[in-house]
Ligand binder design. Structure first.
Ligand code: PNW
Length: 504
């Protein structure tokens, strides 16, 4: 496609939702406190797998579990109207199912009450990768269909309790990334084998099973929510995915690689809710490895998302793999299977690739134009039936430069500030120049946190976290982010109306 290169500076509407995001295990700490059961991440971070690069854990991180009131007061003072946290399943249900932990319930009651009192609207994720360890130990969690009802019971409990205050529910954070990246360090490397995001081994078969039950669990919760709370809030899941441009637009292998990337990442989960079934490309590639949905399941899944949510951080050039898709598809030992596409971050005029992030976040480059094109591709080409799209996460990990013991160096995060300015300008252009119905944008993250397998040395925060004093300090990027919305509009603190029934 060709794009009008102007960045129209018209304003956003008053109901454009925006704010900051986080997730329970990455910020809360208090990992063993007040009746919380262990999650798979307590195991991963603690067992001697060497799985987390800097051996940090989620035991304390920012201690948001105890400091949430201050965190909300800070957001309110800065004028941030929405906050998108996740809730911890094993805090509500320490064993994943069975008895409720009343201290956990009292905690989240107060979290919601405090946000409401501060005028901040919650957009809550029910599952951001912290599977209750008890379910993993008893039946393998996401590899088993029993997980569907256990997740449903947890979701029903939480949604019923807080629905009056929560205009947006996300069942899952990035199921594709979480289900597929578990062999993060390939077998045989010096770090050895270990259970990753879901604590599973078992190769492709296990990945396909986890994805299947995730889709069914989402659909079951969404169906119940739609019947129970018709017309109140909205429900969907957060997709992972990035923008791809063919490296060579006249190479059919590169053009195919773009299509396969989209189909195997966005399409794996988005296809079923759009069409009620896996796409023809998935079926053709995976054959009998792919489970079938029953007719009743198809009916449940189709239309189970109220809007499209995309965690869109970056973009790449896609390249075809030698041998083409046919040989790739038949060779499940191929490391690139099933997408069979390569990616490159090579700068070129057609799609400029900006500065790279922290060395340990090798997948992330600042590519502002990618978000504008991605929003167009998703809403016009891939999912034309979606009513609107929200950028549910985007963000940048500042590379370490200069004296990292100097607070003024740390807070002067100009690349991240530039990333936010560029992405927001392009989100605005997608809306006001290209006519994409983009209705929200959430920066990742509220402050520096626990970056999964990379640990706490990778910093995505718009606030710096002093890991000793636990003090938070807004960085330059925070002010850039806030100033951008001051200039261009969007929902104001305490006045959000989009999609919700929360008026308290
Ligand atoms: C998201 N990619 O993960 C997660 O939702 C967060 O928990 C995480 O901290 C944040 O982004 C930063 O990593 C992603 O490879 C992981 O494109 C990888 C990708 C995108 C998002």
């Amino acid at each position: 496609p060709t794009y009008d290169t102007s960045l129209n500076s018209e304003d956003l509407p008053d109901d454009f939702i925006w704010g900051l995001a986080s997730s329970a295990y990455q910020v809360e700490g208090a990992a063993k406190d007040e009746g919380k059961g262990p999650s798979i991440w307590d195991l991963i971070a603690h067992r001697d797998y060497g799985a987390v690069a800097d051996n940090s854990t989620g035991d304390v991180v920012a201690s948001h579990y105890y400091l949430y009131k201050q965190d909300f007061a800070r957001l309110a003072n800065l004028g941030v109207p929405y906050f998108s946290p996740s809730f911890s399943w094993p805090r509500f249900f320490p064993f994943g199912n069975g008895p409720v932990n009343q201290q956990g319930v009292a905690h989240y009651d107060d979290v919601i009450a405090s946000m409401v009192a501060a005028g901040i609207k919650p957009a809550v994720t029910l599952f951001h990768w912290d599977t209750p360890l008890a379910l993993f130990n008893s039946y393998g969690a996401w590899t088993d269909p029993k997980i569907v009802d256990d997740f449903f019971n947890y979701a029903k409990f939480v949604i019923s309790r807080y629905d009056a205050y929560v205009p947006i529910w996300y069942t899952f954070n990035e199921p594709q990334y979480c289900n597929w990246q578990y062999e993060y360090y390939p077998a045989g490397n010096t770090k050895g084998n270990y259970p990753a995001y879901h604590g599973i081994t078992g190769g492709l078969k296990a990945r396909i099973a986890c994805s299947h039950y995730t889709i069914l669990a989402h659909a079951k919760v969404a169906k119940w929510y739609h019947e129970e709370f018709k017309g109140k809030g909205r429900i969907t899941f957060k997709n992972s995915g990035n923008y791809y441009e063919p490296l060579n637009a006249s190479s059919s292998a590169d053009v195919d690689a773009v299509a396969r990337n989209y189909e195997f990442v966005l399409g794996w989960f988005g296809g079923p809710w759009r069409d009620g079934d896996y796409s023809p490309m998935l079926k053709a590639t995976l054959g009998s490895m792919l489970p079938n949905f029953t007719q009743a399941e198809k009916d449940l899944i189709k239309g189970s998302c109220d809007f499209f949510a995309i965690d869109g951080y970056t973009g790449y050039y896609a390249t075809g793999i030698t041998g083409g898709s046919a040989s790739c598809a038949s060779n499940s030992s191929n490391g690139n299977f099933p997408e069979c596409a390569g990616s490159q971050s090579t700068d070129a005029d057609g799609f400029p690739i900006g500065p790279s992030a922290d060395n340990d976040v090798s997948w992330l480059y600042s590519t502002p134009v990618s978000i504008r094109r991605f929003l167009n591709v998703i809403t016009k080409d891939l999912f034309p039936t979606v009513p609107d799209i929200v950028v549910s996460e985007f963000g940048f990990a500042e590379p370490f430069e200069g004296n990292q013991n100097s607070l003024s160096t740390i807070l002067w995060d100009l690349r991240r500030a530039d990333y936010y300015q560029g992405f927001l300008d392009n989100i605005l252009a997608a809306r006001n120049v290209d006519g994409v119905n983009v209705t929200g944008a959430f920066g990742w993250a509220i402050f520096d946190n626990f970056e999964w397998f990379e640990g706490s040395h990778v910093k995505f925060g718009l606030q710096y976290l002093n890991q000793t004093s636990l003090e938070r300090y807004p960085k330059a990027s925070m002010f850039q982010f806030l100033d951008w919305f001051k200039l261009h509009g969007g929902v104001k603190l305490g006045s959000g109306t989009a999609g919700g029934n929360a008026s308290a």
